[in-house]
Each structure stands twice: as C-alpha cells, then as structure tokens.
Design a protein around this ligand. Structure first.
Ligand SMILES: [Cu+2]
Length: 112
C-alpha cells in the first residue's frame, strides 16, 4: 500500500522531459534558464520564461546550504549542484529557500 502511494506521488510529481508534441517544441526551441544561488539570494530574483521552458538553479554560495522550494517542486537542501524544473503552465510561481526565507531569500518565475 505504501509502495502504491509512493508510485502515485511520483507519477504526479515527475514532469516528462520528452514532449509528445515535438513539432511545437522544435518550432519554439524551448530554452533553459539559469538562476544562481549566491550571497543568500536568487539571481535573478524574478525570471520571466515561456511555457514549456526550464529553469536550472545553480548552487554557488561557497558552502552555504540552500534549497529551492515552491508549489509542486522542492530540491534537497545542499551546498552545490543544480536543480531543474520545467514549467508547462503559465502563471506566477513564487519559491523560496526555507532555510533563509526570513532573510529574504525568495524568488519568482513568471511563465507567459
Ligand atoms: Cu538558503
């Protein structure tokens, strides 16, 4: 029962990388964007992207541990590496580092 619940969660959470509507993706050449975690902040703090594009967060804060936490996505808390999320829907997506949100470590992805 636990295994079934876990599988259901994975199915809901994981966004397929391969878009069956490949023609649209090639025509639009979906881009990937980078947000850097540095000086206890996200750079850029607000990022505007197109639907179906991806955002990769890069840890670069000299060993200070951070995470990227939003509605429907959450990275591990760590000191290096990267974390990528694709945004298939338009909207305004606020996120934060739960360790440093009181220090203003928040960000926004706007998907048009
Ligand atoms: Cu942090």
């Amino acid at each position: 029962m636990i295994a079934r619940t876990f599988l259901a969660l994975v199915a809901v959470t994981v966004i397929p990388v391969i878009n069956p509507n490949a023609t649209t993706q090639v025509a639009r050449s979906a881009r990937s964007h980078v947000v850097t975690l540095r000086h206890i902040a996200f750079h850029p703090r607000t990022l505007t992207i197109q639907r179906d594009e991806s955002v990769t967060w890069l840890w670069a804060d000299r060993g200070i541990a951070h995470n990227v936490t939003g509605h429907g996505f959450r990275s591990a808390t760590r000191t290096h590496g990267s974390f990528t999320v694709r945004f298939p829907h338009t909207g305004v997506f606020n996120y934060r580092c739960t360790v440093h949100q009181v220090e203003g470590m928040t960000g926004t992805v706007v998907v048009r």
